[in-house]
Design a protein around this ligand. Structure first.
Ligand code: ZN
Ligand code: ZN
Ligand code: ZN
Length: 492
């Protein structure tokens, strides 16, 4: 770049760190406050989205420019917005925000708020836990009486023992069954909800049609991995009136009906997977089925606040609790095929993965034997014609689970998308307000034109320092808030 273009650039040959040099360069400009402010607004995001573009407000009739904001007004020529990633392993700051959104969403569906009436509190609701079937005995640490019992292997395992959840006899463990179960867990949940409606109708001695006309079921669920690498579900299930959360359910729709119908529905929801390679497999729920009433208030009980906190906590987790990796293992160049189509129409071996289709070799991953075996099984099953549609090689790092971590029925409460949209729009508007230098125009008489393009993700090296500082401040504030909160609130 010509020296004239950057008159303020400093020559700092004695500073060897690129990040420090960049920070000094940023700090020596007269827009350093604006740089700092922009980064502080990201709340410590690990990998912000870089945008360039503009938003222009025009007078609706005269088309005259009332207000203009462009990313070129930012000191570094770009607008940074938070990445919004759900996963705590990717972006702790944004995942905290996601957890907070999930908390508000679940809570709104339990006690009102965010455009949901408070009368929702009186709707009967339960917290349901459904687990996977067994695919062979695993090392465990049962603590039914408070003290841990001896595992089948003869040992009393420590709480964090690495062998917990791994098979007692790996050679005979049904890995194909376990991976296929994870891959169909979402379908099994769907089937369960269908049977739950049927069982409830039968419980009230009604036809399905009459039941559906009188009551609506609303769900919000999260998926969580157990140590053995299988997914299980926690869900809030609620009775609503025929129009969803805005209407009251009939008085006969009670918690007791759920308590009787949920176990029946879970037992009836199963299906068979036919495969020549692995043999037929029955996909069904395990024996541990739990249905508990969610109370509005109460000491030591399952209250709406506790449930919302619990669900929010798991919404930011992925499979990493099982010790797997947090990225897909599929080679992106060849989409896991191992081959790429050459200009002459023939298939060539992919140069990037040398034909394995793996972005990094499964045998080299730093994971436990059990996890590697789950990953390898998913990868291999994915290449069988009968399971090709499951795209299992893409989800091998998730141990076969392809579903969403948190889902809810449409009538449950507000949506995460709605909460996120509001926030992103608010951020752009905030940048707009800070830089445009004009009063906020009247929405009814203005017309908004905007155009934004994605440039990439991440920080400049010097900005990394500022982001780290913000993260540190947030951590201190959180720690302080945590200490102020009463000790009794433990969301385990
Ligand atoms: Zn982020
Ligand atoms: Zn054991
Ligand atoms: Zn490849």
């Amino acid at each position: 770049m010509a020296p004239a273009a950057r008159p303020r650039a400093l020559r700092l040959p004695h500073v060897s760190s690129l990040a420090v040099r960049d920070l000094i360069e940023l700090a020596s400009t007269d827009t350093f406050d604006a740089v700092t402010e922009q980064i502080r607004n990201l709340g410590g995001c690990a990998s912000p989205v870089n945008l360039t573009g503009f938003t222009e407000h025009q007078h609706a009739d005269t088309k005259e420019r009332v207000r203009f904001y462009s990313s070129s007004q930012e000191p570094t020529g770009r607008l940074l917005t938070a990445c919004g990633n759900r996963r705590s392993s990717r972006c702790p700051a944004c995942s905290r925000l996601y957890a907070a959104d999930t908390f508000h969403l679940i809570r709104a569906g339990l006690c009102g708020g965010k455009n949901v009436e408070e009368t929702i509190r009186s709707h009967p609701r339960v917290f349901v836990t459904l687990t996977a079937a067994s695919f062979g005995p695993v090392h465990n640490r049962r603590t039914t009486t408070g003290t841990p019992r001896r595992c089948a292997c003869g040992t009393r395992h420590q709480e964090d023992a690495p062998e917990l959840g791994t098979p007692l006899r790996p050679a005979s463990y049904d890995y194909a069954g376990a991976v296929l179960w994870n891959a169909h867990a979402g379908d099994l949940w769907g089937r369960f909800t269908t049977y739950l409606r049927r069982e409830l109708a039968a419980h009230f001695r009604m036809t399905q049609k009459a039941f559906n006309a009188a009551v609506r079921l609303s769900f919000a669920k999260v998926a969580e991995y157990q140590k053995r690498g299988l997914v299980h579900f926690h869900a809030v299930v609620r009775f609503d009136g025929p129009d969803g959360h805005t209407t009251a359910p009939p008085p006969w729709a009670t918690v007791d009906a759920f308590k009787s119908a949920v176990p029946h529905a879970a037992r009836r929801a199963w299906f068979t997977l036919a495969s020549d390679a692995t043999g037929d497999r029955i996909i069904r729920w395990g024996n541990r089925i739990d249905v508990r009433e969610i109370k509005a208030l109460g000491d030591g009980e399952l209250t709406d606040h506790k449930v919302a906190a619990y669900v929010a906590k798991y919404a930011t987790k992925s499979a990493e609790g099982t010790g797997t990796v947090d990225r897909t293992l599929m080679c992106r160049l060849c989409n896991g095929r191992g081959h790429v189509k050459a200009p002459d129409g023939f298939w060539d071996v992919c140069e990037y993965c040398e034909g394995t289709g793996q972005a990094e070799p499964i045998k080299n991953l730093a994971v436990k034997h059990h996890v590697r075996q789950m990953i390898r099984t998913a990868w291999n099953l994915g290449h069988l014609p009968e399971f090709a549609h499951l795209k299992l090689w893409k989800w091998a790092h998730m141990l076969g689970f392809r579903g969403h971590f948190s889902t809810k029925s449409r009538a449950y409460s507000t949506t995460l998308g709605a909460l996120r949209d509001i926030r992103r729009a608010w951020r752009i508007a905030q940048a707009d307000r800070a830089r445009a230098g004009h009063p906020t125009p009247n929405e009814e008489t203005t017309f908004v034109v905007s155009h934004w393009t994605y440039m990439g993700t991440g920080y400049r090296p010097g900005e990394q320092f500022l982001a780290a500082q913000t993260r540190h401040e947030i951590a201190l504030a959180l720690d302080h808030a945590e200490r102020i909160k009463t000790e009794g609130e433990d969301w385990q």
